[in-house]
Design a protein around this ligand. Sequence first.
Ligand SMILES: Nc1nc2c(c(=O)[nH]1)N(C=O)[C@@H](CNc1ccc(C(=O)N[C@@H](CCC(=O)O)C(=O)O)cc1)CN2
Ligand SMILES: Nc1ncnc2c1ncn2[C@@H]1O[C@H](COP(=O)(O)OP(=O)(O)OP(=O)(O)O)[C@@H](O)[C@H]1O
Length: 182
Amino acid sequence: MNTTNIDDQKRKIRKEIKLMKQDYSLKQRKEMSAPILEKLEELPEFKEAKTVMLYWSMSDEVFSHDFVCKWASKKKVILPCVKGQTLDLKVFKGVEHLVEGENYGIPEPDGPVFMDEDEIDLILIPGVAFDKENNRMGRGKAYYDRLLQSLSAFKVGICFDFQVLDHVPIDEHDIKMNCIVY
Ligand SMILES: Nc1nc2c(c(=O)[nH]1)N(C=O)[C@@H](CNc1ccc(C(=O)N[C@@H](CCC(=O)O)C(=O)O)cc1)CN2
Ligand SMILES: Nc1ncnc2c1ncn2[C@@H]1O[C@H](COP(=O)(O)OP(=O)(O)OP(=O)(O)O)[C@@H](O)[C@H]1O
């Protein structure tokens, strides 16, 4: 199978998942998110982690805002910042220090870039779809694929249950998760 074909398959899945997500209100999404985040908190790798990279959820993802705030007083919490084709990492210092990011307007920390990538013990990664073999597909910009190439942290994919498929198409760049919580 050639790459174009895989990109086509991914595009089809992104469209299908997008339709399923439209069924949920913010209230429902928060209710669906709580038990997923509780599972994450039970993971030994999360409990032991001192530095974690989380994400500030967009309107169709597992709701993470309260989770980020909750854990920021107990662990060093890093968030991704869009910088051209790549992601910068910055330490979360509170909601009042979030600014609108470039391109997608996702809130991200202001302040200096966090350079100690090796210090990150665990990284929580949202995605459009995952499969039982721990494969992940994202929004199609390969931001996380590029970032993960240089990180050795424990990788946890996170999504709603309807986003776990039997099989997601993968190409040579895609990096597997260590586990998925949903
Ligand atoms: N919460 C969160 N933060 C994140 C990511 C993410 O997936 N979730 N990212 C993970 O990479 C990076 C941002 N990447 C993004 C890539 C695409 C789109 C997006 O809105 N895409 C449109 C269609 C594409 C387009 O605009 O051409 C869409 O999905 O509808 C948003 C963020 C860094 N921060
Ligand atoms: N490390 C990489 N370097 C250069 N190009 C890449 C890399 N990883 C993926 N690509 C290319 O970028 C495009 C998008 O990749 P892909 O569909 O895997 O992104 P994604 O994992 O869904 O997105 P994201 O990681 O942003 O959530 C593909 O055409 C892919 O071949």
